[in-house]
Design a binder for this molecule. Sequence first.
Ligand code: ACO
Length: 323
Amino acid sequence: MNKKSVVLGVGGYLPKKILTNEELARRVDTSDEWIVQRTGIRQRHIASEDEFTSDLAEKAARDALNNAGLSTNDIDLIIVATATPDMTFPSTASLVQQKLGITQGFAFDLQAVCSGFLFALATADNYLKTGMAKRALVIGAETFSRIIDWNDRTTCVLFGDGAGAMVIEATDVSEHGDRGVLASSLRTDGRHWKKLYVDGGVSSTGTIGHLRMQGREVFKHAVGMIFDVVEDVFEKTGFHGDDLDWFVPHQANKRIIDGAGKKLKIAPQKVVVTVDIHANTSAASVPLALAVASKDGRIKQGDLVMLEAMGGGFTWGASLIRW
Ligand code: ACO
């Protein structure tokens, strides 16, 4: 293949309504101190009743297009990673395409829960490299507030709503130096599904259901799984933890982020952390963190950036990008 995918822009969107730890502590038996100490989370954003996943995705997509200096007409592939689609069908990606006024190319959803953005990025990268599309919008968008059991203190403190997006373009390998997606690694092990799932669905219960999680079990596997895929990407590319300019992990829990950074020997000042402001937004968390660190000037063109995520399934993935 003589094509590669270069990042042209990133964007994000968080709904206006903020739900703080203190407000949550008035609903369930928890405290700001417990949540901050165990997770690093201080607040989360909640979509309004008439705001859907596709609305969040559209806003993040427009922000990313603006950041890239492109218009909607430049896009011929949209992948929306989401576990909380507007409807059973059509795909949220179809709705986003319509909201953006795009009529060319193709669009579809991808479901890998918290690892969704990494799976979507690797998928889009392959479409671009094989010449099936020229410019892709890769979006992670979630309204987890709709599947949270707000009476369950072990889960309701952890999640929030939001969307993040990235624009990537197929270019010849000889262009832009070594910029582009350098390598990705994806993994799934369905034996773990009962540790993190939603107890409802179209063909099982006919209901939406609520998120259920064995938190300690998820925690136990997270760091090792993240290490596994990041090391795989290092092996494929010949880089090491020391070579990274930025490590942008899935924003689920500050303790998981710290544990992974330590095991991978990545200096704490190179780790982008935004979980304090938006909690775990599942597939949206990595592009949201990227949008923050790119717009505040930390991530610059030419930087070596490692992305990773782990979540329900279990699924896990990593991607190394020369920005
Ligand atoms: N407030 C106060 N107390 C709580 C709360 C809460 N919100 N939630 C649980 N507790 C209590 C428990 O009931 C338990 O009480 P007990 O000892 O009387 O039984 C005590 O706190 C300790 O509970 P643990 O579950 O052992 O607490 P732990 O230190 O493991 O922290 C947590 C829980 C934060 C969920 C942690 O296990 C975790 O972060 N796991 C990873 C989960 C995660 O990030 N999931 C996101 C999806 S997957 C992903 O994105 C990677």
